[in-house]
Ligand binder design. Structure first.
Ligand code: NDP
Length: 268
């Protein structure tokens, strides 16, 4: 049972029912005996975000689809890489002000650490997640090519200094890492790009990462078959949470806390 001294955290989203963040963050609090509680909050309109955050008596929040850009606009202070991304997933209240962070970007970088050295990346997709990943990779001095189904979202990446392609303008090259940050494969069995052309890409690549987690997508299955080292999005989700945990509690999650959070994530 929580009382006034219990720190309160929520995740705002619409829909939010599917979110695994509460079970992950609560497992971390429990592991370190932190008096805190994390819940889902179904926010029905973006205009209610700041008001709800300020009036609900909560200490921090995560923000998920479709509010990450609205959360960026409504924050009082933007911290770190979030400024370049234009979207945030973490709010902290400090002296009645909202400090906003993007932990998806460093979470992704942490998740690809166990691949070998990466100098060139082909990033498929141009949505919110792709923006965070492209900024993180560029900050690390890595060359990024972005391939998207349609043209209109590519301008952001061009301005960031990425090479940009649509399906029709794509030219084959060799890449250390190929990332699927589209939603192809999430609720269907689609490839993010024509299968035959994807096979050629994998033939000239070393590693493949899919932001989708909890299933082997056609993208990852094909990459494995072509002999690439592969990873799904579980670690990205975990590490964005681990970084948010530190912002929420002021405490570093060590190995046992990270493993408790991973186990929390996997609880159905
Ligand atoms: P957005 O809706 O912002 O972007 C979706 C992107 O996918 C667009 O570039 C869109 O292209 C492309 N796309 C959609 N359907 C297809 C298709 N059938 N074939 C090719 N391209 C397609 O989504 P997000 O950026 O928020 O999320 C992207 C993925 O990342 C999702 O699968 C999500 O689950 C996952 N994710 C994982 C996280 C993690 O921690 N592991 C965190 C956040 C997201 P177009 O512009 O042409 O429409």
């Amino acid at each position: 049972m929580s009382d006034n001294s219990t720190k309160q955290f929520v995740i705002f989203g619409d829909p939010v029912e599917h979110s695994k963040s509460p079970q992950m963050q609560n497992a971390g609090f429990k592991n370190l005996n932190i008096d805190a509680n994390y819940e889902k909050y179904h926010l029905k309109a973006e205009k209610l975000l700041k008001k709800t955050f300020m009036e609900k008596g909560i200490d921090g929040a995560n923000i998920t689809v479709p509010y990450k850009e609205a959360a960026f606009k409504q924050a009082d202070e933007i911290v770190g890489v979030a400024e370049k991304i234009g979207a945030v997933n973490t709010y902290i209240k400090h002296d009645d002000k909202i400090f906003a962070y993007n932990t998806d970007a460093p979470g992704f970088m942490k998740a690809i650490e166990d691949f070998g050295e990466i100098k060139t990346v082909l990033l498929m997709g141009a949505g919110g997640t792709a923006k965070a990943i492209a900024v993180a990779l560029k900050e690390a001095g890595i060359q990024v090519s972005v391939l998207n189904r349609s043209k209109n979202r590519l301008e952001f990446f061009k301005e960031l200094g990425c090479k940009t392609f649509t399906w029709s303008s794509f030219m084959l090259d060799s890449f250390d890492l190929v990332v699927n940050s589209t939603s192809a494969g999430l609720k269907d069995d689609e490839f993010p790009f024509e299968k035959r052309r994807l096979e050629n890409i994998f033939f000239n690549a070393k590693y493949a990462f899919d932001c989708i987690y909890g299933k082997e997508t056609p993208f990852l299955k094909l990459a494995s078959r072509e002999g690439l080292k592969v990873k799904d999005g579980e670690d990205m989700l975990l590490y964005q949470g681990v970084l948010a945990f530190k912002l929420f509690t002021g405490q570093e999650a060590g190995v046992s806390t990270i493993e408790a959070m991973r186990a929390g994530l996997k609880n159905s």
